[in-house]
Design a protein around this ligand. Structure first.
Ligand code: BG6
Length: 475
């Protein structure tokens, strides 16, 4: 074991993230303002762990002043959340703003700025209005792209003068992958064509919002937040390598390439056509995507994804799914977070960093989410009732270390944002796995309490130095 200390550059962000729907709660929400998540929770509450969900969440909407004070206590220099599209408007067609909700955001932003915390706002973190799913089929419709741009226009008009860092989507691939590709979430459909249509309309919406932001001359930058999964083949055999390349094409490059390079990978068009995946796009759409690329990307990096070549034949009557090309692979002995079922391997950061340098021309990026969700953290409380989350400190330190090494090597990595600031609600897992620097005590009116990691994070920011213990290579 050896101790290593590494400097944290002064312009390297150290912050944390959350989203509107996972924190705010329904307090003050008006009839007709349900999001896709709210509708899912109302339809199928039994799949949400212990029945918790977005209804109260962490009650951030009522407790944001207390929480901003805690952000400051943890030393956060940046905090990212979303604006809840379903609540920001009273009428999604005319983009009539909900003044009450908008003024809450004004107060929140002002409070953060007064506390020296830079707000980073995302326009969609799965908060598609439920009525747009019902009426138009959500992102399957181009009409919804138009309505989203109208919503973005209102948001920029209202906060563009005081927020400098904007993001169009958080993980734009997730909802349709879970709903239309894997049918794991309400409303449970399997339709690969629809999945691709949602992907395309979200890419188009990204370009159109970037265009709008620049045309408005708003100060600051506009990016998007993606979740490329660092994908490793089981072996170096060509069939396993191909499986990893295919996984990467269908789940990672489908968003990375349009956002950064302005084009879809040519192979994607070929394979989708070959497998009769029908999606509509026009030359005008592709030109818009080419012309309006984002300024930066936030990357959510949690675990490596390992794949192998498929060992079974595809049933001729089963419609195409990208799994045609791969199977998941579990490396025996891998290091795991058993609560979440995700492998832990900090090398994903170095791999992604090298990829951003080599394949994306050293494009500006930062870690937008990374963190460790642990079940039943109360078992780690000390006598004073503080959660001793040394496992989280180690997790952050190891991943941050890789990011800082990449930065030292000249890679354009601009920061590290932890998921999450406080414990919050996850889709389905609700409060099962706790991610926060701050505990939310559900037994005691959602009382907030700093965990050991919160003090550690504060010292990290104050000292601008990371010290960690690394395992030495065996001799
Ligand atoms: C990211 C999302 O996928 O990971 C968050 O942006 C999410 O919304 C986080 O909560 C952690 O994943 P999970 O499934 O454990 O909540």
């Amino acid at each position: 074991m050896s101790n290593v200390t590494i400097e944290i550059p002064h312009d390297f962000m150290l912050g944390a993230a959350a989203s509107a729907w996972q924190t705010e709660g329904w307090s003050g929400k008006k009839a007709g303002q349900d999001s896709f998540l709210d509708a899912w929770y109302q339809q199928d509450r039994h799949v949400w762990h212990n029945g918790y969900g977005p209804a109260i969440a962490t009650d951030f909407i009522n407790r944001y002043r207390e929480d901003v004070a805690l952000m400051k206590a943890c030393g956060l220099t940046h905090y990212r959340t979303s604006i809840n599209w379903s609540r920001f408007l009273l009428d999604y067609e005319t983009a009539q703003m909900d003044e009450e909700y908008a003024s809450y955001y004004d107060r929140l932003i002002d409070e953060m700025l007064a506390s020296g915390i830079e707000p980073m706002l995302c326009l969609e973190h799965y908060e598609l209005p439920a009525v747009l799913l019902e009426k138009y089929g959500g992102w399957g419709s181009k009409k919804v792209v138009d309505l989203f741009v109208r919503y973005a226009e209102q948001v920029f008009a209202h906060y563009g003068h005081k927020v400098r860092r904007w993001f169009v989507f958080n993980e734009p691939i997730v909802v349709q992958t879970r709903v239309y590709l894997d049918a794991l979430r309400w409303p449970y459909q399997q339709d690969t064509s629809l999945w691709m249509q949602w992907n395309h309309h979200k890419n188009l919406a990204t370009a159109r919002v970037v265009q709008l932001f620049r045309a408005g001359g708003w100060p600051g930058s506009i990016g998007t937040i993606l979740n490329p999964e660092v994908t490793w083949p089981r072996s170096s055999a060509p069939h396993d390598v191909k499986a990893a390349e295919m996984y990467d094409l269908f789940y990672n490059r489908v968003f990375l390439d349009p956002a950064i390079k302005g084009v879809y990978p040519a192979q994607l068009f070929t394979l989708l056509a070959q497998h009769q995946v029908r999606w509509s796009y026009s030359d005008e759409d592709l030109a818009l995507i080419a012309a309006h690329r984002v300024d930066e990307v936030g990357l959510n990096l949690y675990y490596p994804h390992r794949v192998k070549a498929p060992s079974r034949a595809w049933h001729p009557e089963t419609p195409f799914h990208p799994a045609y090309y791969y199977e998941h692979f579990e490396l025996p002995g891998r290091r795991m977070n058993p609560s979440r079922g995700w492998e832990i391997q900090p090398r994903i950061v170095a791999d992604m960093a090298a990829r951003m340098r080599d394949e994306y021309d050293n494009f500006p990026w930062f870690i937008a989410e990374n963190g460790m969700g642990i079940e039943n953290e109360a078992r780690f409380k000390n006598e004073q009732g503080e959660i001793q989350d040394d496992y989280r400190i180690a997790f952050i330190a190891e991943h941050l270390h890789e990011a800082l090494l990449a930065r030292q090597a000249g890679i354009n990595c601009r920061g590290y944002m932890l998921w999450a600031f406080t414990d919050n609600v996850s889709p389905m897992n609700a409060f099962k796995n706790r991610y926060g620097l701050i505990e939310i005590d559900l037994e005691n009116q959602r009382q907030r309490r700093m965990k050991k990691s919160a003090h550690w994070f504060r010292q990290l920011v104050d000292s601008r130095q990371l010290t960690l213990t690394l395992d030495d290579e065996p001799k």
